[in-house]
Design a protein around this ligand. Sequence first.
Ligand code: GLC
Ligand code: MG
Length: 596
Amino acid sequence: MRMGIIVLGLIALLGCSSVNGDTEWWQTMSLYQIYPRSWKDSDGDGIGDLQGIESKLEHLVDAGVDAFWISPIYPSPMADFGYDISDFMDIDPIFGTLDDFDNLVATAKSLGLKVVMDFVPNHSSDEHEWFINSMASVDPYTDYYIWKNGTVLENGTITPPNNWVSVFGGSAWTWNNQRQAYYLHQFAEEQPDLNYWNEEVVAAMKEVLVFWLDRGVDGFRVDAIPHLFEDSTFPDEPLTGDTDDPTDYGYVEHDYTKHLQETYDMVQQWREVLDNYTENSDGVPRIMMAEAYANTSMTMKYYDYGAHFPFNFNLISNVDGSSTAAEIKESALDEWLNNVPDNATSNWVIGNHDQSRVASRYSPEQVDAMNMINLLLPGVSVTYYGEEIGMEDQWISWEDTQDPQGCGADEDTYEDYTRDPNRTPMQWDATTSAGFSTSNSTWLPVNSNYLTLNLAAQIDADVSHYKVFQDLTTLRKEAVIQEGTVNVQLLNDNVMAFSRELESSSDSIMIVVTNFANHTEMISLEAFENAPDTLVVSIASIDSDLTAGTTVSKSSLEISALAGLVLRASTASGASAVVSSGVITLFMAVLANLRY
Ligand code: GLC
Ligand code: MG
């Protein structure tokens, strides 16, 4: 019987991580994005790899993360650093082997971490065997890509079939001598678009999903979905009038190359692949998250067509550090919460490998407040590597620029386009190359601030971004965050707050307050009717005057410049509440056992 009690008690304690039995694993997850070139290099070549990732997985557990997504690790000529794939079913030697991948997945599973692959369906590399065969018109590959004759001018010159522009700049069409035709590429010319009107392509890409499911992955982040289908009559896009540079992506609207209905239908088909896989295996959902920069209605439409969720880019695309609290509330939080379908799982994203880092897009002082918003709103939180320690963009010279989006511009304008500054190596510690690599020379330079800004230093410090992050991921495990309602309020011009509440218990209330002004603000929390008269600071951003443990009055309190605070009723207090609920369950298990 003693054994039985211990086992029951353990189950009860572990059970805290899934408070509600109806919730599927992914609905409450904290997801972490690993950019594999930059996370951990195990063999000293200055580029991150799979063995490196495996060696550092404990960090994710320590950070309180539940799942990680790895940007592409497939064989690639690296024209777009892995987003140009020359074999969808293998691993690039730079990153390792399929065996390394299997080991990584096994270690992740043993640590309780879910693994999400980056699925890049819109295009392959121009070095993919399919494209090589397509150039030579070898069936069945002849129509695997979008080939089109050019327009022959009176003087005999051939020009692209229409005015479509690539996301990276310049015509979306490149002439191919061998095939004597143009091929379409919505991104770099080394990334020819696959032809989704061709059923064989559709089937081949479904096999790719199953290949990785068989290797144990728990889901996919699906890249650049809106670009899947293009109008097969190839009309010119209407001009925007925003620029007179025909090589700029903003020169034309994208009515015929983005967001086609067929794209949504394709997402539905992939969902069926995942659900069939789940049904025929262990019943655990395999998930699909859609990367789609789109307006709200087109974003939400992905829920209707089977995506578990489309990324919510509101805190990236709609607002930044110059936004007022009202703008943050309206354009980012309300815009999402008021439009997300009933019963859909929300999600929040504050950074990724395509965007400036939070410390640079907002400010270093706002790192903790932004992590509070990201991690404590309802649903999934998505954290780009390094944001748990507040890494900053690193300026990279034109000579050192690697990103095709930067290289496609010129020396005067590349800084507006390049994504290199936010892809620099993870700052683990103060040793050589920030502990990322044993080599002094890394594929992108390490940020010059690594001696002071690094994980090891933040673990040692009493107060740090990392410790705030850990407190937030711990808090996420509580029912009030996993199941609570949300209520967003503008407290004054500069301060936004939101509460999370459980209807069943009035003292469960938790309030996040964020000050977007550069000065201290005096506020009242009267707008939160259910909040008690006094509250306790549970988590505070590192530069806040109010620190954790301080009692404050609901009717008036001061919040420091750019600070974030998590406030709770004095009866509930963070992690200890989680443990005590486990202890109570254990006690009840003992009672239950005694009855036999
Ligand atoms: C997505 C990726 C980006 C890549 C592009 C083309 O937007 O996030 O990094 O360049 O797709 O694959
Ligand atoms: Mg396409």
